[in-house]
Write a protein that binds this ligand. Structure first.
Ligand code: 6GU
Length: 234
């Protein structure tokens, strides 16, 4: 998968050199390009923002650098033979980023992340991008971050680990929280008793049917208790 990121903080993404995703890049599963939006600015101060039309607090990102950055990335994509990229704009005003969306995006050829700062990006950037590619505004949840960088990092990790070959043991993707719409069951390892706390006896018994039933019940109980919104309406 090709991943491009447009940001005014390119150094932020140096953590993608390490860990699981760093290895995926070394092995060629993920091809990453990080682009400094200021390289596309029009003035020697490398300005990328301005005051909002209509007034209001804060600054808005001007469209011209964004337009040139997007054009450059899509031109390079054509050269790579990429047919139908997806451009994602992290935004608290976007649709909720879920495991199901991560799964869908993990099968794409190319993802482009446009990291906005300040109060946002001029809306025409999103409208223009939508004339050139599939575009989505995506939110991490109902809270506000200073910009799209942290959200982009979270999405790249959630999506990247679903790409075949990124995780050593694909079986570990099967029984995890949200993969079946429920929260994960609790896990235990040795020792059997620790600081007076015992591992649930059913897990020590070797009855695989009983273990599966207990784990399912734990998933349901946890989900009912902390995330009832995930359960189907009764
Ligand atoms: Cl994707 N961006 C920003 N700036 N804030 C957020 C968010 C994204 N998701 C939740 N809050």
């Amino acid at each position: 998968m090709r991943i491009d990121i447009v940001t005014i903080f390119p150094e932020f993404f140096s953590v993608l050199d390490v860990s699981l995703l760093g290895r995926a890049r070394q092995s060629g599963i993920i091809d990453l390009g990080v682009h400094d939006l200021r390289d596309y600015a029009y003035d020697r101060h490398r300005t990328v923002d301005d005051t909002p039309y209509g007034g209001g607090a804060g600054m808005v990102m001007r469209p011209e650098p964004w337009g040139d950055a997007i054009d450059g990335i899509l031109y390079a994509s054509e050269g790579r033979g990429i047919v139908d990229p997806v451009i994602l704009f992290p935004s608290p005003a976007g649709e909720l980023f879920t495991q199901s969306l991560a799964q869908q995006l993990s099968t794409e050829q190319q993802l482009v992340f446009g990291c906005g700062r300040y109060e946002g990006i001029d809306q025409r950037v999103v409208d223009y991008a939508a004339t050139r590619a599939r575009v989505k505004l995506v939110s991490m949840g109902d809270y506000v971050l200073n910009g799209g960088e942290v959200a982009t990092m979270a999405m790249i990790e959630a999506i990247g680990r679903l790409i075949p070959g990124v995780i050593g043991n694909p079986a570990s993707l099967v029984e995890e929280s949200h993969s079946d719409g429920l929260l994960e069951y609790p896990s235990y390892t040795k020792p059997a008793t620790w600081r007076g706390l015992a591992v649930p006896p059913v897990l020590m018994g070797g009855n695989h049917g009983a273990i599966a039933a207990w784990r399912r019940e734990q998933q349901l109980e946890r989900t009912r208790r902390v995330r009832p919104d995930l359960l189907p309406p009764e």
